[in-house]
Ligand binder design. Structure first.
Ligand SMILES: CC(C)(COP(=O)(O)OP(=O)(O)OC[C@H]1O[C@@H](n2cnc3c(N)ncnc32)[C@H](O)[C@@H]1OP(=O)(O)O)[C@@H](O)C(=O)NCCC(=O)NCCS
Length: 414
């Protein structure tokens, strides 16, 4: 089998085998287009593997160099962790923990203040200091019951925009649009990692990626302000067509473009149900409908965050309220442990290490949950995930960390 369980960097030439072998831990087979995309994005020195004696990879994990938008639009250096996998024969021997520990160590050496990932199961990552930081909404709309409010943004009567009529871009035009829109959206929306042109190209021009059992990818644009992609899932029922329209990409930099896109998607022929998974919790769609019950909303899973450097992460973001709080962070893994005086003035945050009595203490996972404004600290405190030691300090910190725009990463990255 394998004698040495030490994770080591995967040489460039073996990256493809690594990706193929580890996909098996997820029960998946990677198709050639996706393999090419992941191969192109992999960073060999941040891709760690463990092999058996025959050279097959039985365990591994990878990180990519990214930056994440935080409230106010600043970008924070971030390790996006992916592909953590241990094949069943080596499971529950501490290898997963070793792999993630090694990636954290590399991230700290590179000065990355955050680690982020997409979790396969909710019970795995809390022990490593991660928390769900960008809750999402899975929207399902009964199209035939849904009418849009006549006074909603994006209505022909209310939209004064010249470029308001949606058009159908070519895949190459969509790539250009996506890359530009993404960067502008990052100024407004916290929690967005970097989108590379190569990933946008693969996801918008390679037909098989994300196709599953649906029809071809179709595209819609509103000037240079909005882009959506969708696929139809056919259902020719006995009583006529009941297709499902599955939304893929959805990027809009203003409310008019957002409403225009939803309006157009709801008007696609033959469709009974619109399904838009992984939308931000403040998506406008349910609020645009005359009957909000036409939209069913389920909790979705967004990005999980692990704060590696509380001082850098907090000082980078804009605060929503002024205040002063001595904050103590506990970290079982010892990476982000410390005490700071957080002062917020005019939106700017300063974090100064101190030895003063803490006003609020919390585990590092709670800091990750609240950092982007995705969870209210006051709620975490009620759930026993943060403690107040000075009356009123929790409410102050809760207001400082809140943010009007929900954190969201429109496309899972890595
Ligand atoms: C998740 C996975 C990588 C864990 O690897 P592993 O080597 O068995 O993990 P470890 O032995 O280091 O266990 C670390 C801890 O996580 C816990 N754990 C591991 N997998 C878990 C799971 N699926 N649910 C809950 N807890 C889990 C272990 O009990 C252990 O807890 P402890 O250290 O507090 O006692 C492995 O089970 C796997 O490859 N799963 C399938 C692919 C997958 O889901 N990967 C995650 C991608 S986001």
């Amino acid at each position: 089998m394998t004698a040495d369980l030490t994770p080591t960097p995967v040489p460039e030439d073996d990256l493809e085998a690594f990706l193929r072998d580890l996909a098996l831990a997820f029960g998946e087979e990677i198709d050639t287009d996706e393999l090419a995309m992941l191969r192109g994005e992999a960073e060999a020195d941040r891709t760690l593997g463990v092999r058996d004696d025959g050279g097959r990879f039985l365990a591994g994990a990878a990180a990519q160099t990214h930056d994440l938008s935080v409230p106010g639009g600043a970008r924070v250096p971030t390790a996006v962790v992916s592909l953590l996998a241990v094949r069943s024969v080596l499971r529950r021997r501490g290898l997963g923990r070793r792999l993630i520990g090694a990636l954290h160590e590399q991230a700290r050496e590179r000065g990355e203040a955050l680690a982020a990932l997409q979790a396969s199961e909710g019970a795995i990552y809390g022990r490593f200091g991660y928390a769900q930081a960008e809750p999402t909404a899975d929207l399902r709309v009964d199209v035939r019951r849904s009418a849009l409010r006549p006074d909603a943004p994006g209505a022909p009567a209310t939209s004064g925009a010249q470029d308001a009529a949606p058009s159908i871009p070519t895949p190459d035009q969509a790539v250009e649009l996506a890359v530009g829109l993404w960067e502008r959206l990052r100024d407004q929306v916290p929690g967005m990692a970097h989108l590379t042109r190569s990933r946008a190209t693969a996801l918008l021009t390679r037909e098989r990626i994300g196709r599953r059992d649906a029809g071809p990818r179709q595209l819609l644009a509103v000037g240079d302000r909005g882009l959506a992609s969708y696929r139809l899932h056919e259902d020719w029922g006995r009583t006529g067509p009941h297709h499902t329209l599955r939304v893929g990409w959805f990027l809009a930099t203003d409310a008019d473009a957002e409403a225009r896109l939803w309006r157009e998607l709801l008007a696609v022929d033959l469709v009974a149900t619109l399904s838009a998974r992984g939308q931000p919790v403040d998506a406008l769609l349910p609020r645009l409908l005359t009957d909000p019950w036409a939209a069913e909303i389920d909790h979705g899973e967004g990005m999980w965050l692990r704060v590696l450097d509380p001082s850098a992460a907090l000082a980078a973001r804009t605060l929503d309220a002024d205040g002063e709080v001595v904050l103590e962070v506990h970290d079982e893994l010892g990476i982000a442990e410390g005490r700071w005086r957080l002062v917020g003035q005019g939106g700017t945050a300063s974090m100064v290490p101190c030895r003063d009595t803490p006003d609020v203490s919390l585990p590092v996972a709670s800091l990750g949950a609240a950092l982007l404004g995705g969870h209210r600290l006051a709620t975490l405190a009620r759930a026993g995930q943060a403690s107040e030691h000075r009356l009123g300090a929790m409410a102050t910190l809760d207001r400082m960390l809140a943010w009007p725009r929900a954190p969201w990463c429109p496309i899972p990255l890595a």
